[in-house]
Design a protein around this ligand. Structure first.
Ligand code: PDD
Length: 281
């Protein structure tokens, strides 16, 4: 395995960044995770657009032109011979003497790109069983629409899930509404058959998979309602599921130990998962 670090391809075990990288010291950076399927990057354009937005919101310059970045992403896939897996990209504000304010002009942002294989059968097995989620209070900052590498609340939430035998955690805001998962967007299907997910805004990440599922839903004639939903609503829902580049559409069958949807994956989630890649780019 090789990893791209600031212009060079390094062996995986010796790929390192400086101790004064601002990503390391301040979590001052952004990232993207893109699915690789059949050797192709899924929805590269939308991931790149979101990356550019995250960078511009944080005023981090793009370390190389987008055309060059695209070459690096494809090279990561090719050099690591990934057919099915994920590409991880991270850009930080660069290496500089520790000082909270921005580093001197001319500081080069750091870019790391890696790719790894994932057995697609593992995802399919998980999707056939469905996953359990737990709920945790929303403790993140007010700009989680930026895909920042600062993920402490997500780390703690995911660990809480793991300790309770669950695969994902749902953040719940002060009013009792689910915002999103620790690394996914959250959805339910109501008793009326409506697909419900929280509208985009500063309180959720605009998931690329979320956008794709919106397109699938429209094409399949499903009714989509973008509004917040509560945990109680999710527990009473006909179905629940999450979306992310790393999970596609993953049925949720338990919330805080209580069965949802009779404890089995629902037909809408299964259908959305099956149709997903026909609508992704
Ligand atoms: N996470 N919300 C959060 C907080 C996320 O971290 C992610 C993705 C999503 C879904 O976004 P997308 O559909 O574009 O993957 C929503 C990635 C996969 C991760 O952190 O590993």
């Amino acid at each position: 395995r090789v990893v791209y670090v600031n212009g060079r391809w390094r062996p995986f075990r010796s790929a390192v960044v400086h101790v004064e990288d601002r990503g390391y010291q301040f979590a001052d950076g952004v990232y993207e995770v893109c699915e690789v399927r059949g050797g192709r990057l899924v929805d590269e354009r939308r991931h790149t657009e979101r990356l550019v937005r995250s960078l511009s919101e944080l005023r981090i310059p793009l370390p190389l032109p987008l055309s060059a970045l695209s070459v690096v992403l494809h090279e990561a896939v090719r050099r690591n011979r990934v057919r099915d897996g994920l590409v991880y990209l991270q850009i930080t504000r660069g290496v500089a003497r520790r000082d909270h304010g921005f580093p001197p002009p001319g500081t080069r942002p750091s870019l790391v790109v890696s790719a790894k294989r994932i057995d697609p059968a593992a995802g399919e097995t998980a999707a056939r069983a469905g996953i359990a989620v737990v709920t945790v209070p929303e403790t993140r900052w007010a700009r989680v629409d930026i895909k920042a590498i600062a993920l402490l609340p997500n780390v703690l939430a995911k660990q809480a899930a793991r300790e309770q035998g669950a695969r994902e955690a749902w953040f719940v805001d002060r009013d009792g509404f689910v915002t999103e998962g620790a690394s996914s967007n959250a959805w339910i299907v109501t008793g009326q058959g409506e697909l419900v997910t929280r509208p985009v805004g500063p309180d959720i990440l605009r998931g690329i998979s979320r956008e794709v599922v919106k397109d699938v839903a429209t094409a399949e004639g499903l009714i989509l309602v973008e509004r917040p939903f509560t945990v109680a609503e999710a527990l009473a829902a006909r179905e629940a599921f999450v979306t992310a580049a790393s999970q596609i559409v993953m049925p949720v069958v338990r919330i805080d130990g209580q069965p949802v949807a009779g404890g089995v994956p629902g037909p809408v989630a299964v259908r959305l998962r099956a149709a997903f890649h026909a609508h992704a780019e």
